[in-house]
Write a protein that binds this ligand. Structure first.
Ligand SMILES: [Zn+2]
Length: 344
């Protein structure tokens, strides 16, 4: 992956993660410039002055730098383990339910089999802090299928009614992936989007205030300019004084634009995210296998019927990781890979 193609979500995640640890971050076009403390730069094995993205260091899934960033963001996250059992797994009718809950605009998909398997899920609690002219904090929860990386908001309100059994320490079964970095990273990216929804009225109020202040600044400078121009016509000004005043008038638009830039800075919102706690569940589910036909190409797709959601889970795009229900396929040597519309 070239640094030009860097995902904006990953850059934003890196910016938030570093800022929450005290770094100074300046966003640019397709990159961020960071000034890191010695501790953080040692931890990440990078220099204290760091550019990430276009023209700087790459940031992509699978690169050690991203893993270190996630480790940094989640160093002190407590984890609790449990299991959820619905006691019922769907036996048939998968074709219908798949067609109801997903669309495949460029392929024909047909269910070919089912298998009862166990999958692990994480409910991640993430604290967000939005800092602007004011400050606002809150908590969002994100549910993730740990093996597919799909985000499952439908599961969030439901898992409690399946009375989870919690494992005693030392009794956790081996199904849970040891390394949580990638899962938590997926969760933090999703939490960034979810917290933006929660912050909707806060963001709008900052925007409103920005627009109001820009309007009053603009009309202040317009009034000032016309007052100064009127003054020019008054008698009794020496040639020098006139020129001085003309220069002042000519400088007004520049001053005004600087004031507006300061306002934009004042009302810009910085979001910090911190993973606070994780619940991990082992859940018996149905894996539905499906055959995919796209033109001459043939492939396979594995879907999950989730008993807590009572439905088919979305699929994570193999390009950008986004959870999707409108699924396109991209031809790879390994077969057909599900992707979102943007990664198509
Ligand atoms: Zn995608």
């Amino acid at each position: 992956m070239s640094s030009q193609g860097i995902s904006p979500e990953l850059l934003e995640f890196a910016a938030r993660c570093l800022e929450s640890r005290g770094a100074v971050v300046e966003p640019g076009d397709g990159f961020i410039d960071c000034l890191l403390s010695e501790e953080i730069s040692d931890f990440l094995s990078v220099s204290q002055e760091l550019r990430l993205g276009a023209g700087g260091q790459e940031l992509a899934y699978g690169l050690p730098l991203l893993d270190r960033l996630v480790e940094l963001a989640t160093r002190d996250t407590p984890v609790v383990y449990g299991s959820l059992d619905s006691g019922y797994l769907k036996k048939e009718g998968f074709d219908r339910i798949v067609m109801q809950s997903m669309t495949f605009p460029d392929a024909k998909v047909k269910c070919t089999g089912r298998a009862e398997v166990k999958r692990t899920y994480m409910v991640l609690a993430v604290k967000y802090t939005a800092v602007s002219d004011e400050r606002k904090e809150g908590l969002v929860r994100i549910c993730i299928n740990e093996s597919t990386g799909a985000i499952l908001p439908e599961m969030l309100n439901r898992w409690r009614s399946f009375s989870p059994d919690f494992y005693a320490e030392g009794k956790v079964p081996p199904h849970f992936p040891m390394h949580m970095e990638k899962i938590i990273k997926t969760g933090l990216v999703a939490a960034g989007k979810a917290s933006k929804d929660e912050l909707d009225s806060f963001l709008r109020s900052m925007e409103r205030r920005l627009r109001r202040d820009i309007a009053s600044t603009t009309s202040y400078y317009a009034a000032l300019a016309s007052e100064m121009e009127e003054g020019l016509n008054r008698a009794g000004l020496s040639k020098e004084a006139m020129e001085e005043r003309r220069a002042k008038i000519a400088a007004l638009p520049g001053e005004r634009d600087q004031k507006i830039r300061d306002l934009v800075q004042k009302y810009s919102v910085r979001l910090r995210l911190t993973a606070k706690a994780a619940l991990r569940f082992l859940v018996p589910v149905v894996q539905v296998s499906a055959s995919v036909r796209k033109g001459k190409a043939r492939g396979q797709l594995a879907l999950i019927w989730n008993p807590i959601m009572q439905g088919i889970e979305p699929v994570a795009c193999t390009g950008c990781g986004k959870s999707i229900r409108t699924i396109y396929f991209r031809e790879k040597q390994s077969g057909l890979r599900p992707v979102c519309e943007r990664c198509r």
